[in-house]
Design a protein around this ligand. Structure first.
Ligand SMILES: *Cc1c(COP(=O)(O)O)cnc(C)c1O
Length: 222
């Protein structure tokens, strides 16, 4: 598909999402496609906007701040999601710039986000990131720490809408997605941010409400 146009790639990914939803008996249109545009410039992003895509993801605050204000000025109605790890000292910038934050993973960040929301009056949707593979180098709270982190986030008034995970690269993702879905159900959280280019159809069959897709839409990153 990499010789294809942005519109063709977008159609192909949307068709895959719809096919997976049908397979799982889910209503079509229950999964939000977050187009992850990290490392790609405005010239690569604009064709996706022209093709109708409105929800985008970035993994760094600074990069998003450099790229998106101009793109948003050209096209109102764009939602921007932070999918990468967030340092507490960038919480105020993140709250100002993003409409959703998928990487809330520790008490200090909960507190920084709560303070930033109080100061700015902005309240982006928050997903708690869970380290489902228990990988030491990866972001996300441990599965066992989730209840405490959730309690703290709700106590601080964060608008927590769901959970997010990035399964270990070398493992079958389906059991990780199923674990995240079980945790979300247990805690009464409706949102499930899971699935990337390599595995988003699987994630949709297991209940993803948000898939975060970069490479399948934009090609490889330098
Ligand atoms: C880059 C990134 C994605 C998209 O990955 P692709 O494999 O290119 O689809 C999704 N989620 C996060 C957190 C990312 O950093």
């Amino acid at each position: 598909m990499m010789g294809a146009s942005a519109a063709e790639r977008l159609d192909a990914v949307k068709a895959e999402i719809a096919r997976a939803a049908r397979l799982a008996g889910r209503p079509p249109g229950d999964t939000v496609l977050v187009a992850v545009t990290k490392t790609h410039g405005a010239e690569a992003i604009r064709p996706l906007i022209e093709a109708g895509q409105r929800v985008f993801g970035e993994n760094r605050v600074q990069e998003a701040r450099a790229k998106w204000p101009a793109l948003r000025e050209d096209c109102p109605g764009i939602a921007l999601h932070l999918v990468g790890g967030l340092q507490s000292n960038k919480a105020a910038d993140a709250v100002t710039l993003f409409d959703a934050i998928h990487s809330v993973d520790r008490p200090s960040l909960v507190d920084a986000l709560a303070a930033a929301m109080a100061r700015t009056g902005r309240r982006p949707d928050c997903f708690l990131q869970v380290n489902v593979g228990e990988e030491p180098q990866k972001g996300g709270c441990a599965v066992a720490e989730l209840p405490v982190l959730l309690e703290r986030a709700l106590g601080a008034g964060l608008p927590v809408t769901g959970l997010m995970c990035i399964p270990p690269a070398e493992r079958e993702p389906a059991p990780c997605f199923a674990l995240l879905a079980k945790l979300a159900r247990r805690h009464g959280l409706p949102g499930l941010s899971m699935g990337m280019s390599a595995d988003y159809p699987t994630a949709v069959t297991i209940g993803a409400t948000h898939v975060r897709v970069g490479t399948a839409l934009l090609g490889g990153r330098a």
